[in-house]
Design a protein around this ligand. Structure first.
Ligand code: BES
Ligand code: MN
Ligand code: ZN
Length: 506
């Protein structure tokens, strides 16, 4: 883990939330008199922001900390009302713990602060961070965390007037904090795009409207291509066309290409099922069908990542390939037992119409390879309930035979707090996919997430490839440190970090 080295200087970020990302501005000092100040203390007793505080306030904090047995544990909070020496109504002291923090841990602290303050009346918040190791990075990541958690989705509540809080983050080195913050705001714009698209109902977010969202990236210099059903048929992409047959909203394949360098592209392939009813193997038991508007979260994640790269003009060649279809029941829908012919030529017996994600990904993985000869492929998909049962809703399932991709992606996940856990890819799981009447069938019988991964494996040729199963990660019913209830945009921060590292090492 990187240690944040000591630095000195001053920065203030005035952050208006939940207004759009465009409303942020940096100033060189705290404006006005914030009614709430936030400070930090470590287990060794160091009080940050001290330089900006009168001695009387400082002394009072130390006495209050002792009285409350406040040790400065990571995330621990201490409140002092009407503090001495400053014009604030309330002072919040927040613990940083003893260890060097990852970016994700700093974001989480920002998120926890946003949650804490949401219930409080003060609207002006000053955040003092002077003296913290690598203060510019800290200030930018902390602001990023506040912003990630303060996201609100208002499409269906246009009259709602959420209270706006104004934050001024004061730290060292205004210029580098502000540059880092701008880069993180591009990542945030990608996260928010993915969340907006995932939160939209399946009535509003279907292959055609998804394609329009992708087209909006053209103004950033992203090359966007949309293939409609007829073009997919010409390319013999029978799996994607087959899954989309049951819906009056026709399937599409959308490509969003940010060519920020001349290296061979990195392909990101995202599952874009805009609603997963299960098809004839309908999701009849349990309540999971209610969440299936989020089955396009993988596609939204890869699109949001391309947006984040393009906004910052990161020198990386990245192409997002997004197969889009609505998995519905109708007299035209795929029947269990039907055989589809994929673009690759492999025939697949559809033993379960609810295992539709792997079908559309099969064609998209093949298309990405054929069209772009990528140096690496990462696919992102809400692929299996099995993954949720194995790893829950916080970890992402990682499947790959490429040890450097495993190492790098896992590291990126550690840094940003979107953690990956490796699950097995092995021929034995593929053996379960033998069909009596076609080259393969689309379901096996044992470890569901690994069987699904082995199905995808049949369509990646000899490309360097990693598969991320984000089932369960895309929506939160409780909120997390990084997101309020609803869509999380999970994966955008991970992939943005990883791609930025790729750009720096190539
Ligand atoms: N979209 C679902 C997987 C899913 C489940 C995502 C829960 C998010 C939360 C996927 O298409 C699916 O239905 N998978 C089936 C496959 C099975 C039929 C082999 C599953 O996992 O049950
Ligand atoms: Mn399904
Ligand atoms: Zn699905």
């Amino acid at each position: 883990m990187t240690k944040f080295p000591y630095a000195l200087g001053l920065v203030a970020a005035a952050i208006a939330l939940p207004a759009s990302a465009e409303t942020y501005q940096f100033t060189s000092e705290l404006k006005g008199h914030p009614t709430t100040l936030v400070l930090f203390q470590q287990q060794d007793g160091a009080l940050y922001g001290q330089a900006s505080l009168p001695q009387a306030t400082h002394n009072q904090i130390l006495r209050a900390a002792e009285a409350a047995q406040f040790s400065g544990k990571q995330g621990q909070k201490l409140e002092i009302l009407a503090p001495n020496g400053i014009k604030s109504a309330r002072l919040v002291v927040m613990g940083l713990g003893d260890d060097a923090l990852t970016e994700g841990e700093i974001n989480a602290l920002g998120g926890q602060l946003a949650t804490h303050l949401a219930a409080l009346p003060e609207q002006q918040v000053g955040v003092l961070t002077s003296g913290i190791d690598n203060g510019a990075e800290f200030a930018a990541q902390f602001a990023h965390g506040i912003e990630l958690k303060s996201y609100r989705y208002t499409r269906y509540t246009p009259e709602s007037t959420a209270e706006t809080k104004h934050y001024q983050v004061v730290a060292e080195n205004q210029q580098s904090a502000s540059a880092r913050h701008a880069a993180l705001q591009a990542v945030e714009a990608g996260v928010f795009m993915a969340r907006d698209m995932t939160n939209a109902t399946a009535g509003d977010m279907y292959p055609g409207s998804f394609a329009e969202q992708a087209e909006s990236l053209r103004k950033l210099g992203v090359k966007v291509t949309v293939l409609d059903r007829k073009e997919l048929e010409k390319l013999n992409m029978g799996a994607l066309v087959g899954v989309g047959k049951g819906s009056e909203r026709e399937p599409k394949l959308v490509v969003a290409h940010w060519q920020g360098s001349d290296e061979a592209p990195i392909a990101l392939v995202g599952k874009g099922i805009t609603f997963d009813s299960g098809g004839y193997n309908i999701k009849a038991t349990g309540t999971s069908i209610i969440y299936m508007k989020s089955d396009m979260a993988g596609a939204a994640t890869v699109l949001g990542t391309v947006k984040a790269m393009a906004m910052q003009k990161v020198p990386v060649n990245v192409v997002a390939v997004m197969p889009l279809a609505e998995n519905m029941v109708s007299e035209r829908a795929l029947r269990p037992g039907d055989v589809v012919v994929t673009g690759q030529g492999t025939t697949v017996e559809v033993t379960n119409t609810d295992a539709e994600g792997r079908l559309i990904l099969a064609d998209a993985l093949w298309y990405a390879r054929e069209q772009y000869q990528p140096q690496m492929i990462v696919d992102v998909a809400t692929l299996t309930g099995s993954k949720v049962r194995a790893l829950g809703r916080e970890f992402t399932g990682l499947f790959s035979d490429d040890s450097s991709m495993v190492t790098e992606l896992t590291y990126a996940g550690e840094r940003v707090g979107e953690k990956l856990w490796r699950l097995p890819l092995a021929p034995a799981f593929g053996d379960e996919l033998k069909s009596d009447i076609a080259d393969m069938k689309n379901t096996g019988k044992s470890a569901g997430a690994s069987v699904a991964a082995m199905f995808l494996h049949a369509f990646v040729g000899d490309a360097r490839w990693a598969h991320l199963d984000i089932a369960g990660d895309a929506l939160t019913s409780t909120g997390t440190d990084f997101a309020p209830k609803g869509a999380t945009g999970h994966g955008v921060r991970l992939l943005s970090y990883w791609l930025t590292e790729q750009a720096e090492t190539q």
